[in-house]
Design a protein around this ligand. Sequence first.
Ligand code: ZN
Length: 291
Amino acid sequence: MRLITYQTDDGIQLGIVTERGVLDVAAAVASTGVDCPAGADEVYAVGSAALPALAALVEAAGDPALYRNEGDLTYGPAVPNPGKILCVGLNYQKHAAETGASPPEEPVLFSKFNNAIAAPNEDIPIQADWTRVDYESELGVVMGGTARNVSVDEALGTVFGYCNMNDISERRLQMLSGQWLLGKSLDKFLPLGPYVVTADEVPNPQNLSVKGWMNGELRQSSNTADMIFTVAEVIAYASKVMTLSPGDVISTGTPEGVIMGMADKVWMKPGDEYIVEVEGLGRLVNRMVEA
Ligand code: ZN
């Protein structure tokens, strides 16, 4: 199943992408009477437990008036209000090498806050003094269950689905102190989407191509097989110290090809566009603009 959110005059609505078009979940719940969470926040609050009801809703929603044309919609962030945003640094062999860092022996976890969430096609404002803006194409994980002290073998069973993420970073602020936070959690510096593709459609998250284009030029081209710590290992590791909950998101690290790793660094500026495409998860496009 593919979930999206989209903007309406009544706020962000949840949709399910089907062959018949995008099902308006709230309208379908109202019209069919199926007992199903009607909004994105409600679905991600319960996570994978909502999936049978969502499937029943699609089954029951026969009225063509409940479906919209995806091309007419303005996307919202794939997960509008994650409970936690966990990120993994230096998690690809070749990316660690290009930054001059040795491969970490334990996952490098850091966080962003919800102010960083942005939608596909949404403009990303860059302040004049943010002069070292960089992109990071990443596989995003959306949690579907509660994970506390789960084993590596159990970990993928707690995943709701996957989405594209761009962990946009301002390298001066990132390196200013011992904490990366400032350079990572700038407003709208984590666009995600357009789809959350449920885990049943992504049987192996460790064999997905990860690509990124800046202004049409291919900059990143790798595969999640190059991850140092797998999705399952990251979840198991984090769950040793914190409870991961439905609706939390994890950005699993970027492969090589970032500007920071180049000899000649031409940082992103207003007018630049970056596209992230993780295999099977659609295409995430954002343009930088003047703040
Ligand atoms: Zn990153």
